[in-house]
Design a protein around this ligand. Structure first.
Ligand SMILES: *[C@@H]1O[C@H](CO)[C@@H](O)[C@H](O)[C@H]1NC(C)=O
Ligand SMILES: *[C@@H]1O[C@H](CO)[C@@H](O)[C@H](O)[C@H]1NC(C)=O
Length: 278
């Protein structure tokens, strides 16, 4: 009985927790509490602003939410995105849940963060691919761009960044799951986010991208095995995150710079979003 995802997306992407419960009507089981569930930005106008960053290739709208709770100038911002890979449904669900969590939390750590930092959240990045996983192919990963040669569609948005673009670990074959696209940022979804972040590159202090599945905290580099200049700090933060996660339900996450520790040096991931600013 669930509404077509497309309709939910049109209602403002962010309000549908259609993601986990297949029998959920996106108008019913919403994570936004009771106020005005369809419009979180209307419900919490003083904390949340909705920013349109562009249409996808199929002209769906992609929105970023900006959360902030203060009058003073923010010290910086943190970016969090979900759903770059269409089939990873838990990721958009997480982003939506997290928005509500930030708003509801009474924990002073969270309220203090919201007073001094802006949080940008992109709940569903690959909007076309996401819709496609609901209507046509549950395990679709890429976007839905059409290519000149052949009948295969889609670019892996996480191989389309200007970071050692299309090196080992990506494919220039449009039929591949890791097709890198025609050139860096050829995909409108990647271009929209890259532009948004570039315009705020001094302001954004952290970039977090949520994927599934696996229990890993990965940080740059992905495309090469050498350590970034921030390796020690990133490693320290990842270790703290892993310890915090374990303290809740005992879940064990691995962590490390992705090209080396996580994949044991066997895999490199060129053109990935997380490397862009490393
Ligand atoms: C997918 O990639 C193509 C480029 O190959 C782009 O033109 C298109 O807009 C993208 N579509 C989506 C849904 O990302
Ligand atoms: C925003 O700040 C006010 C005043 O300090 C506080 O009462 C409120 O809980 C905060 N809201 C959020 C969402 O953090």
């Amino acid at each position: 009985m669930f509404m077509r995802v497309e309709r939910c997306l049109a209602m403002v992407v962010l309000h549908c927790q259609v993601l986990i419960d297949a029998d959920t009507d996106c108008g019913i089981r919403l994570p936004w509490g009771t106020t005005n569930p369809r419009e979180i930005t209307n419900a919490y106008p003083s904390f949340i602003q909705k920013i349109l960053i562009g249409p996808s290739s199929e002209k769906r709208l992609i929105y970023v939410l900006k959360l902030f709770n203060g009058t003073a100038s923010p010290k910086g911002a943190v970016w969090i995105d979900c759903g770059i890979h269409a089939r990873e449904w838990i990721a958009p669900a997480f982003c939506q849940w997290f928005v509500q969590y930030l708003i509801d939390s009474q924990d002073t750590m969270i309220t203090d963060i919201l007073k001094s930092f802006e949080i940008y959240i992109l709940p569903i990045w690959n909007v076309d691919g996401y819709e496609y996983t609901w209507t046509t192919d549950r395990f679709w990963r890429k976007n839905l761009s059409k290519h000149h040669r052949g009948q295969c569609r889609g670019t892996d948005l996480n191989r389309n960044w200007d970071a050692s673009w299309c090196g080992p670990g990506a494919s220039n074959n449009p039929c591949s799951q890791t097709y890198c696209g025609r050139h860096p940022e050829s995909e409108p979804e990647v271009k929209a986010v890259a532009t948004f972040i570039r315009q705020r590159s001094d302001h954004i202090k952290g970039y977090i991208s949520i994927h599934s599945y696996s229990q890993m905290v990965m940080f740059p580099y992905s495309y090469k095995t050498s350590k970034s200049k921030d390796h020690k700090e990133l490693n320290y933060i990842a270790q703290k995150a892993v310890t915090a996660v374990r303290s809740v339900h005992g879940t064990n996450y691995r962590y490390g710079n992705s090209a080396t520790s996580i994949w044991e040096g066997r895999a490199q991931l060129p053109g990935a979003a997380e490397d862009r600013r490393a």
